[in-house]
Write a protein that binds this ligand. Structure first.
Ligand code: CAA
Length: 263
């Protein structure tokens, strides 16, 4: 089917404009080893550049989205190993993608697994999803952005509780706290199906407008409100230089469907 074959992930095209990446280390509950992350970065980078792709979905198995960084790989590393090799720094590549990436989470999303989901743009959860930052039980703390990204999603008190007690939280809690956009109805594969549907909707829009929308929303994490509003307005202004803006607004006025040419 033209998709590259990897050892730790599977790349497929479940719908037009949608690429699905399935983490595939079932025996280790998709623990995020370095080789797995290398493949994930390679695949997402390639799909980000692929004009036939409008949105990505990232998922694991029914039992585990990912049970965290690979503890067996990490356990004997020294400070100098992790510091000199900038351990986990390459994880942030996912956040630099231009195209939206939706996490479809079933089962365990613990430690680095929870952090990986938080690096995605949208999270959909199955009712079986179990989130958590259990690193404290290993004598460490989250290292893939958990403390920082959770704060934005759920505030200080809850982030502090989760980080310091290591307790898991349920799909229902994740929904109530706004960590996930919604919990889909129970059923095997249902969360992936819903995420692919959502990705298809996104892929049917103007790619340049989608990229701008993602960039504007993400800017809110880095900027003050005044800076963010200015940034948003400038991106909005910039879209008036695109053919898709002319097409989208003309189509509305002419009561027809727009045909995007993504430029
Ligand atoms: N790393 C390496 N291997 C892992 C793993 C991980 N994070 N999580 C699970 N596995 C392996 C287990 O070692 C086991 O392998 P063997 O069959 O060879 O023994 C296999 O996956 C199945 O796991 P369990 O037998 O433990 O399955 P379970 O159903 O009894 O328990 C679980 C499931 C509660 C998720 C349990 O596996 C668990 O607690 N895993 C670790 C969770 C964790 O601490 N994650 C944080 C990692 S640290 C981190 O992520 C740092 C960071 O911030 C980036």
């Amino acid at each position: 089917n033209g998709n590259k074959v990897y050892e730790n992930i599977i790349v497929s095209r479940p719908a037009e404009g949608v690429a699905l990446i399935t983490l595939n280390r079932p025996k280790a509950l998709n623990a995020l080893s370095s080789p797995l992350f290398k493949e994930l970065n390679e695949a997402t980078e390639e799909l980000d550049k692929d004009d036939s792709v409008g949105a990505l979905v990232l998922t694991g198995s029914d039992r585990a989205f990912a049970a965290g960084a690979d503890i067996k790989e990490m356990k004997d590393k020294t400070f100098v190993d992790v510091y000199q090799n900038k351990f986990l720094e390459d994880w942030t590549k996912i956040t630099g993608l231009r195209k939206p990436i939706i996490a479809a989470v079933s089962g365990y999303a613990l430690g680095g697994g929870c952090e990986l989901a938080l690096m995605c743009d949208i999270i959909l959860a199955s009712p079986t999803a179990v989130f958590g930052q259990p690193e404290i039980n290993l004598g460490v703390i989250p290292g893939g952005g958990g403390t920082q990204r959770l704060i934005h999603a759920i505030g200080k008190s809850r982030t502090m509780e989760l980080t310091l007690t290591g307790r898991n939280f349920t799909a229902a809690e994740a929904e109530a706290w706004g960590v996930v956009s919604r919990v889909v109805p129970e059923g095997e594969g249902k969360v992936v199906e819903e995420a692919v549907k959502m990705a298809s909707v996104i892929a049917s829009k103007s790619k340049v407008a989608v990229q701008a929308g993602k960039e504007a929303v993400n800017a809110a994490y880095e900027m003050t409100l005044a800076e963010g509003l200015r940034f948003e307005r400038r991106l909005f202004h910039g879209l008036f230089a695109t053919q898709d803006q002319k097409e989208g607004m003309s189509a509305f006025a002419e009561k027809r469907k727009p045909t995007w040419n993504h430029s």
